[in-house]
Design a protein around this ligand. Sequence first.
Ligand code: F6R
Length: 263
Amino acid sequence: MEIVIRDDAAAVHALAADIVERCVVAGDHLGGPVLGLATGSTPLGVYRELGRRHREEGLSFARARAFLLDEYVGLPTAHPQSYRSVIRDEFAALVDIDPTAIDGPDGEAEDVPAESARYDRAIAEAGGIDVQLLGIGTDGHIGFNEPGSSLVSRTRVKTLTEQTRRDSARFFDSAEDVPHHVMTQGLGTIGEARHLVLLALGAGKADAVAAAVEGPVSAFCPASVIQLHPRVTVVIDEAAAAGLQLADYYRYAAAHKPSWQGW
Ligand code: F6R
């Protein structure tokens, strides 16, 4: 794992955008880049920065495909808080990606297990995800793999914790409107992406980040499964790094990053 502590949210977003840009440029020469997109508030600044690079620097997503991390079950796709709507408005609208090249679990599917299996197949048929952006929940979830999730799980339905529903209430008119169920890429699915980029901002994420990065690998903190992945970049601000015992070493390692080693 590479753990990068940046001064503020803008610097976190800029580095994550650098990683996505490198993937998009490299992928253009191959079969086309495949991006894994998270929602929630943390990555929105990354999408805005990628939109700026598209407008001002000509960064093109024309050959990119994208897969969403998760989706609410039972929320109409047209609802403004469905993750398909969020990605359409907060990412696709800012760049030149083909909207039909964006896939996500269908939260309105009648047969949820069949839709989950279709989704894992679609990711595999696209050749797998090159760069997967991840946020982290205050309870240590990635995607919506809540505590207790199997570390090798596939895309499936999960029940949100009350804590996650409270955390998500700010996106809805009231806390009761937050759906109880989601379809999420499993921890095994996420682990098949070639590069995981986990982002966290703010003091509210400090405990979850410390557990994910320095705690035991355990279903108690699903994000800790990233420790088993060969290529992970954790990009966090100072406040989210507050619980890390080895923060000084991570800063030292970043300051002495070999010049030949890119992101
Ligand atoms: C969203 C997702 C979640 C969020 C997490 C953090 O697609 O999969 O894991 O990344 O709940 O949310 P924010 O960024 O709003 O704090």
